[in-house]
Design a protein around this ligand. Structure first.
Ligand code: ZN
Length: 194
């Protein structure tokens, strides 16, 4: 089995994508997995607007997604993503690859790992990523989880206020008292309650 085939299996890329080349860059200590789509991707792909048949329009510049490390080495998936065009309405769209997380710099597994760490500690230095990317990713996941949360059984709500930043700001927290979970939290400069 070639290294490319092995990474293909490990990534679970399926029938529509393949690892074109895998290489280890010693100087930066990074494993690069260059991927590309296969022709059969287009057979199952439809226009997101009207469900029409699409063809390959062009490819983006090379993009990079951070994956979990291979041993202790940083690992990045690179790909020039295909853009599809609808035969019916002419709509051009970027094909979303199966590995992509909620932000376009990380893959799903890396996001899951970083989110787990973020609950426990400051992680930017641990995972060698910028604060900005990690916050953007965290907010996206929080927004999605919030959108999916079901508040229909809430019966007892409690409100409390915390003093943060030495009294210059307050944090109001609304909690569902039965399963003990936060429903809503809001930051503000004035004391709202009691
Ligand atoms: Zn269309």
């Amino acid at each position: 089995m070639t290294p490319e085939k092995m990474f293909h299996e490990m990534l679970g890329l399926g029938m529509n994508w393949e690892v074109k080349e895998s290489r280890f860059e010693k100087e930066s200590g990074t494993v690069f997995l260059e991927t590309q789509e296969k022709a059969q991707l287009w057979e199952g792909l439809r226009c997101p607007k009207d469900g029409g048949y699409v063809f390959c329009y062009d490819h983006t510049e090379e993009m990079t997604w951070r994956h979990l490390n291979v041993f202790q080495h940083r690992c990045e998936i690179t790909c020039r993503l295909p853009r599809g065009k609808c035969r019916g309405c002419g709509h051009v769209f970027r094909v979303r690859p199966p590995w992509e997380g909620l932000i376009s710099h990380f893959n799903k597994e890396f996001e899951a790992f970083a989110l787990l760490l973020i609950r426990e500690m400051p992680v930017a230095k641990v995972v060698m990523e910028t604060d900005m990317r990690l916050w953007r990713m965290t907010f996206k996941h929080a927004a999605r989880a919030y959108g999916e949360a079901d508040f229909s059984n809430v019966c007892c709500v409690g409100v409390d206020e915390l003093n943060i930043r030495k009294g210059h700001e307050y944090l109001s927290v609304f909690a569902d008292l039965v399963p003990k979970r936060v429903l809503f939290a809001k930051r503000g400069r004035t004391k709202r309650f009691g």
